[in-house]
Design a protein around this ligand. Structure first.
Ligand code: ARG
Length: 443
């Protein structure tokens, strides 16, 4: 039963937040006259010693003391006596643990925001280098229209920017102080919650004691945002896996992000992208775990909530490791511009440009679409590109076609023509990459 009910095996990870919270609580108790100045000094000295023992790995964690809170309190009392026993005045482990988790998570969110910026920076660096590198753009995984590789990479910079916004938005709700709620109903001591909040850097205090100790929506919301981060990473990972397949041959990755096969000497497997794609499942799972953990709980605190920690810890570890791995890997992506261009030329990817050209000559778009489809069938039958069809044959399909069509049918002409904000033209990609650089530097 000890092993079943104890959380110290994992919640010791909250130790530094627990000490920080206790120091603020003790300072507040002294401030309002509940603790003597001497008790406060003793508690501060004792907690500093405990912090040192934990940091040096010398702390004797005991399963019998159930969790991180009781372990630290017991050691404090061993070190400083009665003052240690007075620390828990006016609080409960219920508001204590909620405070610890929020303090800890706030720091991790800040680390994730930095890591997101690192990955964005890597994407922007590659995008600037490949502003004019053409590749096929896909819909339904069929060659659709040519795009630039830089444009493609900047799509991910946008996704990670929304992820950053979501993280910062969640942070504002994480950053509220539950302490003072005590077990569930508040406390009879004349506490000063704003004092504690200010000391711990919280943006405000939770306004209802029952809500403060019981809800974990802040954690759920964070994991939801993290699941979206992983979803975006996973899409990029999937593309890298595809692009590395010899069927595509669009990119190479440095060896340290790949492994060979133990039996097939020729293999170079995209292990890091595959693992990231796989780890996305864990984080999605953690989100469902936390939602399920919460859904049946009556007010206020229930021991169920002890189960919030492992999913939360693993989410943070997975997201941080993954973002950092990708931030290192992305600059190492080596694009094969020739293979990308060949693939872009393969699937009649400039057919839409041809149709737009006919529209500009006065043809209604639907008729142009139809005429181009005929030209594509002709080229497909000959296994040649649209641009390789002789002018007179194109003119048999549409008399309005002139010599100028060939500029439109080239891959470079196609991308360069999409020269507006959000378009794939090299000029736009260069401008966007420059904007991104500035934004990222200003953070
Ligand atoms: N270890 C507990 C948790 O993680 C701390 C709070 C326990 N409170 C209680 N009344 N048993 O949730």
């Amino acid at each position: 039963m000890l092993r079943y009910t104890a959380s110290v095996g994992f919640d010791r990870r909250l130790a530094m937040a627990d000490i920080e919270g206790s120091l603020a609580h003790a300072a507040m108790l002294a401030h309002v006259g509940v603790l003597s100045a001497q008790d406060l000094t003793d508690i501060e000295r004792g907690l500093a010693a405990v912090r040192g023992e934990i940091a040096r790995g010398e702390f004797d964690w005991q399963l019998a003391l159930e969790d991180v809170h009781l372990n630290i309190e017991r050691r404090l009392t061993e070190l400083v006596g009665d003052a240690g026993k007075r620390l828990h005045t006016g609080r409960s482990r219920n508001d204590q643990v909620a405070t610890d988790v929020r303090l800890w998570l706030r720091g991790e969110i800040d680390a994730i925001v930095v890591a997101l910026g690192g990955l964005q920076g890597a994407l922007v660096g590659q995008a600037a280098q490949h502003a004019a590198t053409v590749m096929p753009g896909f819909t339904h995984l069929q060659v659709a229209q040519p795009v630039t590789f830089g444009h493609h990479l900047l799509a991910y910079a946008e996704m990670f920017e929304r992820d950053r916004e979501r993280m910062l938005d969640a942070r504002a709700r994480v950053n509220r102080l539950p302490l003072g709620a005590a077990a569930l109903a508040g406390t009879t001591f004349p506490i000063d919650r704003e004092f504690v909040a200010a000391r711990l850097g919280f943006e405000g205090v939770c306004q209802n004691s029952l809500d403060a100790v019981s809800d974990r929506d802040f954690a759920i919301e964070f994991v939801a945002a993290a699941a979206l981060v992983m979803t975006h990473v996973s899409r990029l990972a999937e593309e890298l896996v595809l692009w590395m397949s010899p069927r595509y041959g669009f990119v190479r990755l440095p060896d340290r992000f790949t492994t060979g096969s133990s039996i097939m000497p020729q293999k170079k497997n995209p292990d890091v992208p595959e693992l990231a794609r796989g780890k996305t499942g864990r984080v999605n799972g953690h989100l469902v775990a936390l939602l399920t953990l919460m859904k049946g709980q009556p007010l206020a605190y229930n021991k169920d909530n002890q189960e919030d920690k492992e999913p939360l810890f693993d989410t943070v570890d997975t997201v941080l490791d993954t973002l950092r791995a990708f931030a290192e890997m992305v600059p190492g992506i080596e694009a094969d511009a020739t293979a990308m261009r060949r693939a872009a030329e393969d699937g009649f990817s400039t057919a839409t440009d041809f149709a737009d050209y006919l529209v500009k000559k006065g043809m209604p778009f639907r008729d142009a679409h139809e005429a181009v489809a005929r030209a594509v069938r002709l080229a497909a039958g000959r296994r040649c590109d649209l641009a390789a069809l002789p002018l007179d044959e194109l003119q048999q399909i549409v008399p309005a076609v002139g010599e100028d069509v060939f500029a439109v049918l080239t891959i470079d002409g196609s991308v360069a023509a999409r020269n507006h904000r959000g378009g794939t033209a090299p000029e736009q990609v260069r401008a966007q990459a420059a904007d991104w650089r500035q934004r990222l530097q200003g953070r």
